[in-house]
Design a protein around this ligand. Sequence first.
Ligand code: ZN
Length: 168
Amino acid sequence: MYRVEVEKGNMSFSAAHFISFGGKCERLHGHNYAVSAILEGNLTEDRYVFDFVELKKTIRRICDRLDHHFLLPMQSQHLDIKEADEEWEIRFENRRYVFPAEDVLVLPVDSITAERLAEYVCGQLIESVKEQERLSLTSITVGVEEAPGQTAFYQHPFQRDKIPGSTP
Ligand code: ZN
């Protein structure tokens, strides 16, 4: 079993969010998020788990889509979310936010925690990796650092029969 890890470099994004938890809701604020990834598996014919350059490029593309947006957790149980003309209106109790649509990135998650972001980025990464043949991965782990020394990880294991690009 082999493992490659990429971190630092330009695999980062800045985004705004707030989290509601325990009946409360944070104020709107932002983070400079840093993304890292660990891929485990066997070697390809080219004797690598995954091409580092390609992997970093792929993650960079995912970060670019998130960068400089307000991240909206579309499946939130606590926020009242409405889409209007070119706007998103978000309510929490007596607070009301209105964002221009172009500033908002809608994510299919229930909360913009670092854990959910790691899961989302991991899903996006899997989608990109699926297109690559000849890989023999057993798992992909994505880390999202919300602040220095504060990182959440999400690991997606691949069952042996569902390894991207594996030969039957
Ligand atoms: Zn925060």
